[in-house]
Design a protein around this ligand. Structure first.
Ligand SMILES: Cc1ncc(COP(=O)(O)O)c(C=O)c1O
Length: 386
């Protein structure tokens, strides 16, 4: 059997998606993007959504629009993808890394609190809802309010996540989402959005997402519209195309159904894998509000006679696509050279990195495929546990 790590859903008839864009002859940012932004606003319950061409772009603009200066600092988890850190570095800001919480993948809020108390140069926090698991946003907001610190939620995995502060995306700060190829919703492989209730921030991000221009391209070319425009900021070319938005609109209609399907698969995995010695599963009852973007198992390395990487290799040989989320940022070459980190500086993240395996989790994963994955892991444990 061949089971890819991710397999996107497509409609029976692709024309169903493109129809409006093709009919009106406008392929780039236009009415479909506006419609997609509106649907996302409804979904998040937020006042504003700006669609862009990646989550990295949304994170960048979410920081840029706040006017931070080189030398300002921002807190990020080391256990993340590099975009979380790049967004502040693009502005010359200094990232301050924190380790994972004691019993989980998200950032340790105790470490965050200590850092905020000590350092007035910390201007922002970019928490990550790892795999869709909610960060305790109520607690984080409470901590940051006292010091007037901005929170930009890296919600790349968290489209459906509900945290202690409510639906992710419905925030007076900002949240950035990814519509990359393997995310819970994709806009033809690349895309992203920033959601916020802050009207000033939204206005700035919108302007910066297209060259700092005063008018959308499509409005300039509409019949009877004025051709004239002005540039009021140094902006970027980060806009989303109508073709991408069309796919997003179609996907968003299925999102609750897909979330239910992933939740069901996650529960099956937990029920079947939790009793295998040497495998640590997510604890289902503590995962309320989880978007279930990833299903991550941990290998108790003391119990196996083969390495985590060998386990991945053997499961790959059985046709199962897998991944590892993440190699911590402080262990990546550029960050080691730039900041002089040692792998042991953030021991919880390092230990997770060495023991995790992400297994397939998507709505069109069949029961037969789910059983095959479970049986393959069980068989491997039978052969290779000490
Ligand atoms: C946690 C996290 N943040 C940000 C990103 C960047 O998303 P994009 O590829 O849409 O820029 C990713 C991408 O996988 C991610 O996993």
């Amino acid at each position: 059997m061949k089971i890819p790590f991710h397999r996107p859903d497509l409609p029976q008839d692709l024309n169903e998606i493109y129809a409006d864009s093709i009919r009106n002859g406008w392929l780039t940012t236009g009415s479909q993007v506006e419609k997609f932004e509106y649907s996302l606003k409804e979904f998040f319950g937020s006042k504003h959504v700006i669609a862009v061409n990646s989550c990295t772009a949304a994170l960048h603009l979410g920081m840029l629009a706040k006017g931070f200066k080189p030398g300002d600092k921002f807190i990020v988890p080391t256990h993340t993808f590099v975009s979380t850190v790049e967004c502040g570095e693009y502005l010359g800001m200094e990232p301050i890394f924190v380790d994972c919480q004691k019993d989980g993948f998200n950032l340790d809020l105790n470490q965050v609190e200590d850092l905020i108390k000590k350092d007035p140069k910390i201007k922002a926090i970019v928490p990550v809802h790892y795999g869709g698991i909610p960060v305790d946003m109520k607690q984080l907001m409470k901590m940051s309010e006292k010091s007037n610190i901005y929170i930009l939620e890296d919600s790349a995995h968290a489209l459906e996540t509900i945290s202690s502060a409510g639906k992710v995306g419905n925030t007076n700060h900002a949240a950035a989402f990814s519509f990359y190829a393997n995310k819970n919703l994709t806009t033809f492989g690349e895309g992203g959005a920033l959601a916020t209730n802050d009207s000033d921030l939204a206005k700035k991000v919108k302007n910066l997402s297209l060259h700092g221009i005063t008018k959308d391209g499509w409005k300039r070319f509409e019949a009877n519209a004025k051709w004239e425009y002005d540039i009021i900021n140094l902006g970027y070319k980060y806009n989303m195309s109508d073709i991408s938005a069309s796919y997003g609109i179609w996907q968003l209609k299925q999102i609750n159904d897909w979330h239910r399907k992933r939740t069901r698969i996650a529960k099956t995995y937990i029920n079947e894998l939790k009793n295998i010695d040497g495998i640590v599963c997510p604890k289902a009852d503590t995962y309320d509000g989880n978007a279930w973007h990833l299903f991550v198992i941990q290998i108790d390395r003391s119990k196996w006679n083969i390495s985590r990487n060998k386990i991945i290799e053997l499961l790959n040989d059985k046709g199962i696509g897998l991944s590892v989320h993440y190699k911590p940022i402080h262990m990546l070459d550029y960050y080691q050279k730039k900041f002089g980190y040692k792998p042991s500086d953030f021991p919880r993240s390092k230990s997770l990195f060495e023991s995790v395996i992400s297994i397939p989790l998507y709505p069109n994963l069949t029961e037969e495929e789910t059983s095959y994955i479970i049986d393959s892991i069980r068989e491997l444990a039978h052969l290779h546990l000490n």
